[in-house]
Design a protein. Sequence first.
Length: 331
Amino acid sequence: MSDVARLAGVSAQTVSRVSNGSPGVIEATRQQVIAAMNELGYRPNSAARALKRGSFRTIGVILFTLSTTGNVRTLEAIAARAAEEDYAITLIPVAAPTQAGVRGAFSRLNELAVDGIIVIMEVHLLDAATVSLPPGVHAVVVDSDASESYSVIDTDQADGARKAVEHLLDLGHSTVWHVAGPSESFASERRVNAWRSVLADRGCVEPALLRGDWSAESGYQAGLALASSDCTAVFAANDQMALGVLRAFHEKGVRVPQDVSIVGFDDIPDSTSFSPPLTTVHQDFAEVGRRCVDKVLKQMRENSTEPGLDLVPTRLVVRASTSAHVVAPRN
């Protein structure tokens, strides 16, 4: 800074004001200082500036995997919204989906320069008895039911599942089969519970539940089992498993939607290119990411914690994989 001040012919205090974007520096002087910075290759010391203002302008994001559509699209939205607020993000991956792995990720926060964190993981790994936040770090949790202890942002999983099942029943199907996600997933269990609740409310028989792991292959295996059953309507807990079900039905000669109607969940970009295009529940991952950043910044600015649940609405997108069920007349 002293070198820049000498070259520009100004005081070190003026250089400081220019580097911090402070007002009160005439434009000609500002340009003179910037030219000197560029000539000398000067860059402000971000660590020193952070210590001075007590803020690193960085948000940590803790998550398990980038292999799922939801995590990738939520992280993309978090990064975009953070950049709009002039914040960077630091990705803190969890080495293993265990309590020890989670504790390791949280302990790293003490070593990293972050002002707040966004946690994308399942609630069963946020046991308050074994995992605690570092003092003074504000946090928002995605996809969890830990709203008594944390500020939680989530898609309205239950309402989305209800819309899917009600749509199929309204088309005249007597019941709906469900290909669920993993039992340890909060989102999966919310969708399972909503599926059961709608069937019970409508007085429908509840078919046997099929479990997948979010992958198209697990949906394919479920589809092979369903192809030999008397099902006419299937609600898959995500679009990838719905894709697997479609493949299995095609191989077994089961027509969609003439024989069986299928609804997915997520509304991934490729769902319009499925054969047939997939009816699905749209999740607004971009809105989830934006709300996460806004919420954690609000906590940081107000030095507050806000336990509670903030749900992002879903909407049903009807395409060609569902149609009215017509009972063929008996001979």
